[in-house]
Design a protein around this ligand. Structure first.
Ligand code: DX5
Ligand code: ZN
Length: 217
């Protein structure tokens, strides 16, 4: 089943609990948490303390997207905070096989993220070990950006490699997903859709989740 993963980056942090509950009761599947360090990406967000609060607020699985340098130093902290999925970027990790094996060993889902300028082919030697790949469809760092158009071809290319090799690896997409493009993105082969602004900046959060979900179901 395809999954909607609202990203709390675009939520009102003064009303975080209320807004997460709205998304959850409208049918959101996973809560996406964006961790930024001001080095790997220009922005700074939050750490394990907040993730652990989010874990108290919701019974949904938590998907932690690490946009930080030296992520290996923080895997345990996010695991202890309640992460069910942890993804790390390919671009700033020399030992991605070791790092994802470490995450899987914790009995949670391990994913690798690639930025818009990183080719899908660079994942070929790691795909068979992964639970999911996260294709960034914006340059990471901020919510509310425009979908980078070549992301669709990257999804199709990845989907065909996964299918051809019969890998057990899901495809997640992150950035600029909204009611107007989610159908095409879904048809390209995406399983998990991160939605920030299109959910939490919507006038009606519950309706936004329901409308997005209807299209992919
Ligand atoms: C961007 C983050 C995204 C962000 C997406 O670096 O990884 O998860 O919240 O936001 P939207 O859906 O608004 O593009
Ligand atoms: Zn993200």
């Amino acid at each position: 089943m395809k999954k909607i993963c609202p990203s709390i980056l675009s939520a009102d942090f003064g009303k975080l609990a209320e807004q997460i509950k709205l998304a959850e009761s409208a049918g959101a599947d996973i809560i996406h948490c964006d961790i930024m360090d001001g080095h790997f990406v220009p922005n700074i967000t939050f750490g394990p303390e907040i993730v652990s609060k989010v874990n108290e607020i919701t019974s949904l699985p938590l998907d932690v997207h690490l946009m930080i340098n030296s992520p290996e130093r923080y895997i345990d902290a996010f695991h202890n905070a309640g992460a069910d999925y942890i993804s790390v970027h390919l671009e700033n990790n020399y030992h991605i096989n070791r790092l994802t094996a470490y995450i899987k060993n914790l009995k949670i889902k391990a994913g690798v993220v690639i930025n818009p300028a990183t080719p899908v082919t660079s994942l070929e030697c790691i795909l068979e070990y992964l639970d999911y790949v996260l294709i960034m469809s914006v340059n990471p760092g901020f919510g509310g950006q425009k979908f980078v158009s070549n992301s669709l071809n990257k999804v199709r290319e990845l989907k065909s490699i996964i299918t051809k090799n019969n890998y057990n690896c899901l495809i997640e997409i992150d950035g600029g997903i909204n009611i107007d493009n989610i159908k095409e993105v879904s048809d390209a082969g995406v399983d998990m859709f991160v939605c920030g602004a299109s959910v939490f900046k919507a006038k009606d959060i519950s309706k936004a989740v329901r409308d997005l979900k209807k299209i992919i179901t």
